[in-house]
Design a binder for this molecule. Structure first.
Ligand code: NAP
Length: 254
């Protein structure tokens, strides 16, 4: 197993147009890495390209679509030469109770609401990791695959779809770590708590405030603090298969 020096790395980052993915791209670039930025949001990718003075390459892709992922990863790796760092940050949530009281009756979570989240957060992680991993193996590259999970992986009322997907990526990561260790490739997850990114904008501010009062450090985390986790995972060559929790202590008693 070897460490990946992020300043020397050739990285593919998904969810690159916003929030954590964007910060990770900019952080990697500032360290000297070569970066391929993947996202479905073309306008966000254009902003990232402008803000990085054209120092990275962008690829518009829906990570839940096999054909698009295959094409985008193929082009990204061709452009980079090889890839030794993948960060899976693309993700969405569509919250709702599985069984919800309504008037005198109950309604249930539509299958489409379940599938949309699982397709992006779990299947998307599988599709991108698979395309990158096979290229690492074929190329003899001793790289690392980092996937952004969530504290919700422990289970959370109103997030059955998201929690299942985020627990799923941790189990997938453990499996990948076991399968790829013989090739010198590592895989790890990061489970953030509440981090100050645009994804929180859709949350009811009062609910968010309640959550923050339950964070021992009493504040939101910053995208930079998640980048610090990516750096740790990349540069610690003995870290594999594990999930690093960066949550201000939120999940300590779960
Ligand atoms: P964000 O600001 O919304 O960024 C996510 C990015 O992923 C967006 O650019 C989004 O594009 C893109 N994306 C969504 N679906 C996609 C798809 N099918 N294909 C390609 N790209 C897609 O959210 P964030 O806070 O950075 O979240 C990044 C990751 O961290 C997610 O996996 C999230 O679940 C996880 N996470 C975040 C927090 C937090 O508090 N921020 C906590 C725990 C875990 P659109 O904007 O067009 O949808």
């Amino acid at each position: 197993m070897s460490a990946v020096d992020i300043g020397e790395s050739r990285a593919v980052v998904t969810g690159a147009a916003s929030g954590l993915g964007r910060e990770i791209c900019l952080g990697l670039l500032a360290e000297g890495a070569a970066v391929a930025a993947l996202d479905k949001d073309a306008a966000g990718l254009a902003r990232l390209l402008a803000d990085s003075d054209g120092a990275l390459t962008t690829y518009q892709v829906d990570v839940s679509r096999q054909d698009e992922v295959s094409d985008a990863v193929s082009r990204a790796v061709d452009d980079l030469g090889y890839v030794d760092l993948l960060v899976n940050s693309a993700g969405i949530y569509r919250d709702g109770l599985v069984v919800k009281p309504l008037d005198d009756d109950y309604v249930t979570m539509p299958l489409a609401q379940w599938r949309t989240v699982v397709d992006v957060d779990l299947t998307g992680t599988f599709l991108v990791s698979r395309e990158v991993a096979v290229r690492m193996v074929r190329g003899g590259v001793r790289g690392v695959i980092v996937t952004i999970s969530s504290v919700s992986r422990a289970g959370n009322a109103g997030q059955g779809n998201y929690a299942a997907a985020k627990a799923g990526v941790v189990a997938f990561t453990r499996s990948l770590a076991l399968e790829l260790a013989e090739h010198g490739i590592r895989a790890a997850a990061i489970a953030p708590g509440f981090i100050d990114t645009p994804i929180l904008a859709a949350m009811d501010p009062r609910r968010l405030d309640e959550h923050v009062t339950r964070v021992p450090l009493r504040r939101l985390g910053t995208p930079r603090e998640i980048f610090a986790g990516v750096r740790f995972v990349a540069e610690c060559g003995y870290f594999t298969g594990r999930c690093l929790e960066i949550d201000g202590g939120y999940a300590l008693d779960s």
